[in-house]
Design a protein around this ligand. Structure first.
Ligand code: ADP
Ligand code: UDP
Length: 236
């Protein structure tokens, strides 16, 4: 598959066209940002970890019946994916209180939530990705009620499958972010990434962070933590 023009360069990935109009190539970078771009840096080896981990988890989810954009791993940092029209929502699923939810609701970080929490943020950097509910989403016209119901159903199933899978690797799935898009037939499929950049992964026993919070909070050790996730999930 020939890589063609660069279509988009985001904070963590580049997206390229290919000679097939229905396929894109995503290339993962080591660049790291936090606080909507306020903090910038590099996590050495992050691109490789996020690419390999995302692909591994998407293959697992496909086997469990979740449609994803994953097509083929091309290299340690590049993957062929189905082109989608991204639905501009960040779908956040939470099992344990952490980050912005802990702050907003005054809950101690690490408190198990008695019910899984699903949140939506409107993906708009200029607005700072504001939280929205299903009424806002309908008013904005970013997804139909049917699409949103499908997104919620997939998200809950992904939470279940991913949580079980990660537990077997000694990782607790605290919370994570998903993005969905419409494929060439208009079907809703999982897109973007599932990685230590977009999930809170805690060691089951010690609750040590194995994710981007090490970078966001200046705790250090992020390179080792990302490598540890790759090792636990892929044995590499
Ligand atoms: P950001 O845009 O937040 O800086 P990235 O650096 O990860 O994020 O950029 C990747 C971009 O590609 C995101 O905007 C994401 O929504 C988009 N994207 C992910 N998967 C696909 C896909 N299969 N088709 C089209 N766009 C995609
Ligand atoms: N998240 C993400 N991208 C974002 C915002 C959040 O991937 O732009 C993920 C984040 O890694 C965490 C979850 O979504 O796993 C919940 O994040 P939270 O709302 O607590 O945000 P934060 O504490 O990072 O401000």
């Amino acid at each position: 598959m020939e890589k063609r023009e660069l279509l988009y360069e985001g904070k963590a990935k580049k997206v390229f066209k290919t000679d097939d109009p229905n396929l894109y190539i995503v290339q993962y970078k080591d660049d790291a940002t936090a606080g909507n771009g306020a903090k910038r840096g590099t996590i050495r080896g992050k691109g490789v970890v996020n690419n390999l981990v995302t692909n591994h988890l998407m293959r697992m989810l496909e086997q469990k019946g979740i449609p994803t954009h994953y097509v083929k791993e091309l290299s340690d940092t590049e993957t062929l994916v189905k082109k989608v029209q991204i639905i501009p929502l960040e779908v956040i699923i939470r099992n344990v209180a952490a980050g912005s939810l802990a702050k907003r609701l005054g809950m101690e970080e690490g408190t198990k939530l008695s019910k899984t929490v699903l949140e939506y943020c409107y993906k708009d950097d200029a607005l700072g990705d504001p939280m929205v509910n299903e009424y806002h989403i309908a008013a904005l016209g970013v997804a139909t009620p049917e699409e949103l119901a499908q997104i919620a159903e997939y998200s809950m199933k992904i939470n279940h499958e991913l949580g079980e899978y990660l537990k077997s690797a000694g990782i607790e799935l605290v919370d994570f972010k998903l993005e969905f898009g419409r494929d060439s037939e208009g079907k809703v499929i999982l897109a973007d990434e599932i990685s230590p950049d977009t999930c809170r992964f805690w060691d089951v026993k010690t609750h040590a962070h194995l994710d981007k919070d090490l970078f966001r909070r200046d705790l250090g050790g992020e390179e080792e933590a990302y490598r540890e996730v790759l090792h636990r999930l892929l044995g590499k």
